[in-house]
Design a protein around this ligand. Structure first.
Ligand code: HEM
Length: 492
């Protein structure tokens, strides 16, 4: 066979003549130390892993495009937002990472766990990340509780086993988690695969239009493949033989040319506290009821290209809730503010301080990145500093960079109030969980009860009783059925 393969080299570009043996004195050794090729190869191998994500360690990435409709519902998109990507019918490249939350990098994709749904839009105005999940809500509403909820769900710090007793100890002291738990222990807690699940931004954002007016907005991705979930028995059969069925399904569908699609929809609310609602619109443990806040279609996402390297495009990709473009802004949601610190903080540690120079994370090639940020570990690119590279500060009378014009002025909400540590007023922890319970199909409700009973039966009796009490607050029948399954009394 003719030798048409590229010649193997070291990272220094030196052609390698022998990749089978190290340099030794004679064929039996001892080995010599000046063996640069061997040392480079083995020491690079020793450093092949970066720390896995503290949550969402297992995931899968694909690339594609988002096509905006130019409208939001029956209005021109400009009514609500000046974000350029929505203004006309047009395409924006996207990269998406689907994930599970609690397991490690090689864990089962059939686990009962929320699924991450993170989308990076590579827009004309730089990147916009929407970092969401498939369940529309979350366990907690204040970012300060995030390390605690995750510690309870992660393996025990001594036995390294996920323990229902630890999970329900935390949850039974966290009434706001009942809505999320009702989704999670139903079939929605194990989507059939990534293609057949929906996504939601969960936290509340703001749209800002050219007139500087803001509205509250929630984002939703509706799967065009049909929504399908698994029962625990179906999931158990899959994970008995395959821990990565969802990644495989997505990868193979794209290879076959069956490109999955999701339609982006938004719900819009005027930007105020809405005292008429029985919940706080900024509370991420709540859904905005669709009959009051209809879904308005915005555009369609199609995934049509697989990654070429898992480490570069999956391990090193970095999403964050602070990565917004002009026209999309933060709301006062205090959970969102906490998340926004956490993502880029962990990425500076996990990937490195120059993570934004990596091709998978930096904005599109044709979008200028002009900053005076310089140096740091693994820096290799220099951002545009204008015509005079000596000026790496601003302002300068000589050269350098200029601030953007008034059209990019940030939204300026007026805020006043006493600084405090306090819970929100309209907590209403049970009503939407009860509604969810009642709206399920019979088989979904049966599955929910079965899954809760299976897990709670491994817990101490006082936790079982506490959880039954919470479920009874959601819906009398809900509590009663869990109690019956556990063989305990509702009023115990
Ligand atoms: C205060 C609450 C939260 C905090 C502090 C937090 C923090 C984090 C951290 C530190 C990571 C790892 C990021 C990385 O290593 O690149 C992460 C990943 C992620 N989080 Fe959160 N999170 C919070 C709530 C949420 C919520 C409510 C959602 C869903 C709406 C969510 C969705 C995700 C997703 C999808 C990822 C994976 C991103 C990827 O694929 O790389 N998180 N989160």
């Amino acid at each position: 066979m003719p030798n048409s393969k590229p010649i193997l080299t070291t990272r220094q570009g030196h052609p390698v003549h022998n990749n089978q043996q190290q340099r030794t004195v004679g064929s039996r050794g001892p080995a010599t130390l000046e063996n640069y090729h061997f040392l480079e190869k083995i020491s690079h191998f020793d450093r092949e892993r970066i720390p896995e994500r503290v949550v969402h360690a297992r995931g899968f990435v694909a690339h594609g495009e988002f096509e905006a409709y130019g409208t939001i519902g029956d209005q021109p998109a400009s009514t609500y937002t000046r974000a350029k990507l929505f203004q006309t019918r047009g395409k924006t490249p996207v990269t998406i990472r689907f994930s599970t939350v609690i397991g490690g990098r090689d864990s089962s994709e059939a686990a009962r766990d929320p699924r991450g749904f993170a989308v990076k839009f590579r827009t004309d105005d730089g990147n916009w990340d929407m970092v969401g999940n498939n369940l529309q809500v979350f366990f907690i509403r204040d970012a300060i509780k995030f390390p605690d909820v995750i510690h309870s769900l992660k393996p025990d710090p001594v036995t390294f086993r996920q323990e229902p007793n630890r999970i329900f100890d935390f949850m039974s002291n966290t009434p706001e988690s009942m809505h999320m738990l009702t989704w999670l222990f139903s079939p929605y807690g194990i989507p059939k695969n990534y293609r057949t699940m929906r996504g939601s931004g969960v936290n509340t954002y703001r749209f800002v239009n050219a007139g500087g007016e803001g509205v509250l907005v929630k984002f939703h991705w509706l799967t065009q493949q049909g929504e399908h979930n698994l029962t625990q028995a179906e999931a158990d059969a899959i994970q008995a033989t395959d821990l990565g069925h969802a990644s495989k399904d997505l990868y193979e569908a794209i290879e076959r040319g069956e490109y999955p699609q999701w339609e982006l929809n938004v719900q819009i609310m005027s930007d105020d506290e809405h005292p008429e609602l029985d919940f706080d619109p900024l509370d991420d443990t709540k859904i905005w009821p669709e009959e009051q806040f209809p879904y308005l279609p915005v555009g369609m996402m199609t995934l049509n290209r697989n990654i070429t390297d898992h480490h570069n495009e999956n391990e090193q990709i970095a999403f964050g809730t602070g990565v917004l473009v002009d026209g999309i802004d933060f709301s006062d949601d205090k959970m969102l503010a906490g998340r926004t610190f956490s993502y880029s903080d962990t990425q500076r540690y996990r990937v490195g301080p120059n993570y934004l120079q990596l091709p998978v994370n930096r904005p599109r090639e044709d979008v200028p990145v002009s900053t005076n940020q310089t140096g740091g570990q693994m820096s290799y690119g220099v951002d545009n500093r204008g015509e005079n590279p000596h000026i790496n500060f601003e302002p300068s009378s000589v050269a350098g960079l200029a601030e953007a014009d008034e059209s990019y002025r940030e939204y300026r909400p007026f805020v006043s109030g006493q600084i405090m540590k306090a819970p929100i007023e309209r907590q209403n922890n049970y009503a939407q969980a009860g509604r969810r319970y009642r709206e399920m199909a019979d088989w979904q409700r049966d599955d929910l009860i079965l899954n809760l009973v299976t897990n709670l039966s491994q817990c101490d009796k006082h936790l079982q009783e506490k959880m039954v009490w919470h479920f009874s607050q959601c819906d009398e029948e809900y509590g009663r059925r869990v109690a019956e399954g556990l063989g305990i009394s509702v009023n115990a």
